[in-house]
Design a protein around this ligand. Structure first.
Ligand code: VG1
Ligand code: CO
Length: 574
């Protein structure tokens, strides 16, 4: 092939958000739009991570992925990349990409130095929906802000990019290596099975035999919903072939370019079919399974459900941390001190576990990239976010299927002498027991999507301004709800990375109450149109006689305060 220099002009707004660049497919389809971002990324990387390097390119298989893979392969070839690794049909889950960067070795001993992950995660897909791209580094984690800032600044000045226009498209539905020769030497496109490396890694972490025994118990029943996302490329191999679940336990596990027209977001709203099946939605005569789970489009998020029971993600990570050493072989040696981390808006359930078990603990801004440095430094082994993200330092992304295996491991451990008994220890039992020991963090999040960006900014500015007088804050809060505790401090969350000293400012507005309750306000960094305001509402209940209330009841005074105090209706009309 030959290399062509293409002239181009900058596009506005190619700033990577919380997790890469996410825009409508139609935006990505504009001439040179994707190429500008890809070249800006190559230009932001050290030369040895481009020239002669091995780079992964794949994603959740959403609409436009197949075109994007071919464009990126041609650009990689032209920029002197030695080979690209592609999952069959361009499918690799975000956690699998992270695993492949860290674990996979080519025949000639090369490892990948990075990856373009093609996903907009839980956002809908299809010709009129979202596409996304993000770059991950050699440790398997999302590029840090220092790199994404550089990429963004390159997008503002770009004038040309390199592409091998005459490189033929490679058939990415077929496994195998296709080799080419360019001006700088050989270039390979290596298409491989999407699941093999990932399953191999999971086998080194979990005790598959004990999970198999649990799944084989006639008292246990299991259900997994792939929401038509890339988890489907792993689910049958993992749960059916490896662990012996029945095929009928898999829902929506054939990946689709448009996710069947839905939101591939594993929560109580969008994972409707699973929610109904688990007895939390439409009533039915069929007895729900004991355990249910779902993953998002790129399979890094997870939702865990018991029979008629929802586990909040903030509780999930706390429960995994509390049970990891006993239940999961990877952590048996003491979990590198079982260090634990959560993002700031995630509930403090993990803090209580960390304190009780004497684990190291860190609080980072929203977004997985902040966990990476801590993990690389051995300071974080289990971590999670309230947004249905859970994971560990086995990779540098959150990991939906890992979380399901972690829960199955805990269930297997708790029932190891009980599989023939009358009644299994259930998901609900485990959570109730956890609350009895550690107390309960009632928690909810309100999302206002696609609001006017100016109105959102003004709302946030007002909340910052109010922080200058706590006595005024408390006065107006008491007028709304006289019974809530006093706000004892209020600030904008700022994070100093303990490893590299970098500082991230304006990471969310916090109002902290004397009884441990919190209100947090943030603008989302993953939306593709307008602004999204997120309000996080949390209340701690230590008294074990009061941990069984309906979450909506327990939180209702604080919710009222959050909505009225922020003047959400005045600012947004919502
Ligand atoms: C959201 C979540 C955040 C998560 C991010 C990426 O970001 O709040 O916790 O890390 O999505 O997840 P934001 O900025 O919209 O609040 V995913 O599965 O979309 O890669
Ligand atoms: Co995701």
């Amino acid at each position: 092939f030959s290399v062509t220099k293409k002239e181009t002009k900058p596009y506005e707004g190619q700033k990577p958000g919380t997790s890469g660049l996410r825009k409508k497919v139609t935006v990505f389809q504009q001439p040179h739009y994707l190429a500008n971002f890809v070249q800006s990324t190559f230009n932001a990387l050290p030369a040895d991570q481009v020239k002669g390097a091995t780079i992964v390119v794949s994603g959740d298989g959403r609409y436009f992925s197949k075109d994007a893979v071919q464009i990126i392969a041609k650009m990689a070839a032209a920029n002197g990349v030695r080979r690209v690794w592609v999952g069959q049909d361009s499918l690799l889950s975000t956690p699998a990409v992270s695993a492949i960067i860290r674990e996979r070795i080519s025949a000639d001993g090369a490892k990948a130095t990075g990856a373009f992950i093609l996903t907009a995660s839980h956002n809908p897909g299809g010709p009129t929906e979202d596409f996304g791209i993000k770059y991950n580094m050699g440790n398997g984690g999302p590029a840090p802000e220092s790199v994404t800032d550089k990429i963004f600044s390159n997008t503002k000045t770009i004038t040309e990019y390199l592409i091998a226009e005459d490189l033929p498209n490679v058939d990415i539905s077929v496994i195998g290596v296709t080799s080419f020769t360019g001006p700088e030497g050989p270039f390979d496109v290596d298409v491989f099975d999407s699941a093999t490396d990932y399953i191999k890694l999971m086998k080194t972490i979990f005790d598959f035999e004990s999970i198999k025994k649990l799944l084989a118990s006639p008292k246990f029943s299991f259900c997994f919903d792939g929401l038509h996302g890339v988890a489907g490329a792993y689910a049958k191999r993992m749960f059916v072939d490896e662990l012996g679940a029945s095929e009928s336990s898999l829902l929506n596990c054939v990946p689709k370019e448009d996710f069947g027209g839905g939101h591939p977001d594993p929560n109580l709203t969008y994972a409707k079919e699973l929610v109904d099946r688990m007895g939390l939605g439409k009533t039915s005569n069929v007895e729900p399974p004991e355990f249910g789970a779902a993953a998002d489009g790129d399979a890094d998020r997870n939702m865990v459900l018991g029979k008629r029971f929802f586990v909040t993600p903030s509780d999930s990570v706390a429960i995994i941390a509390a049970n990891a050493v006993q239940s999961i072989p990877y952590f048996a040696s003491g979990l590198k001190g079982v260090a634990s981390c959560r993002s700031m808006p995630t509930s403090a359930a993990l803090d209580v576990v960390a304190k009780n078990l004497n684990l190291k603990f860190f609080e980072v801004p929203t977004g997985w990239k902040f966990f990476g440095n801590l993990m690389d430094a051995g300071m974080c082994s289990v971590c999670g976010e309230e947004s249905f993200g859970t994971g560990s330092d086995h990779i540098r992304e959150k990991d939906g299927i890992w979380a399901v295996l972690a829960w199955l491991s805990i269930l297997a451990y708790k029932n190891k002498d009980n599989l023939g008994g009358d009644k299994l220890v259930t998901v609900e039992d485990i959570v109730l027991q956890h609350w009895a020991t550690y107390g309960r963090h009632y928690y909810t999040r309100y999302d206002y999507e696609n609001v006017d960006a100016e109105a959102a900014k003004e709302l946030m500015a007002n909340l910052v301004k109010m922080q200058s007088s706590l006595s005024d804050v408390n006065k107006s809060i008491k007028e709304i709800q006289p019974t809530v505790a006093d706000v004892v401090s209020a600030d904008e969350f700022e994070y100093k990375d303990p490893v590299d000293g970098s500082v991230s400012k304006h990471q969310g507005i916090r109002y902290l109450f004397g009884d441990g309750s919190r209100l947090v306000f943030r603008l989302s960094g993953t939306g593709s149109v307008g602004a999204t305001i997120r309000i996080y509402i949390e209340q701690y209940e230590k008294d074990s006689s009061k941990t069984g209330r309906a979450s909506s009841d327990a939180l209702s005074p604080l919710v009222d305060v959050a909505l009225k105090f922020s003047k959400i209706k005045e600012y947004t009309g919502r």
